[in-house]
Write a protein that binds this ligand. Structure first.
Ligand code: BEZ
Length: 180
């Protein structure tokens, strides 16, 4: 069952630190759910994996392109989360040229599991990953879910539409975001 309040977890991120010498000037930085979500109205979207085709061709770049239109509807930030570690998420963001959408690494899947969205993708050799969804989240509380149909382990298909930025934006503009 999806939750209404985001779970409190610690995300293990990697941030650039110019004081570190050498070819890999990054350090660990722990960020909490509150660090990302407290006091803000945000769109959170989640997907099965960094670098996968639908996520890289449509979902992430389209959220990035439409960022300004979400801002015009009162959205303060857009976050993309995936059950991938910080190294993978950073590499994906860099390869996509993303600088508006924030990428959140949920490498252990703890956040996704506590959201009720962790599914097996062993049929693809992926292990446990996130079902595809989006949510409008206000100060850590889900205002409205956009969960793709058919949430199930080892789903043979990968539905994409409900959680697209175009659909979420349309619902925001129609004022349909308040009932969860
Ligand atoms: C895709 O984004 O197209 C995708 C996601 C998970 C598995 C395979 C493909």
């Amino acid at each position: 069952m999806p939750v209404n309040k985001l779970p409190d977890v610690v995300f293990r991120t990697r941030v650039r630190d110019e004081s570190i010498e050498g070819p890999n000037p990054y350090r660990w930085e722990d960020k909490t759910t509150a660090d990302y979500f407290a006091g803000k109205r945000v769109v959170l979207f989640s997907l099965p994996g960094a670098f996968t085709p639908t996520c890289s061709t449509y979902q992430l770049p389209d959220y990035e392109k439409l960022y300004g239109e979400f801002q015009a509807e009162g959205i303060d930030a857009i976050y993309c989360i995936s059950v991938n570690d910080a190294f993978v998420m950073n590499a994906w963001g860099k390869s996509q040229g993303v600088d508006k959408v924030g990428l959140i690494p949920d490498g252990s899947g703890e956040f996704t599991r506590k959201m009720g969205m962790l599914v097996a993708k062993d049929n693809l050799g992926f292990g446990m990953r996130s079902w595809r969804y989006a949510a409008i989240v206000n100060d850590g509380v889900v205002e409205k879910w956009f969960i793709e149909d058919g949430l199930t382990d080892n789903c043979p298909t990968d539905p994409y539409g409900v959680s697209s930025p175009q659909n979420v934006l349309e619902k925001l503009r129609a004022g349909e975001s308040v009932a969860a």
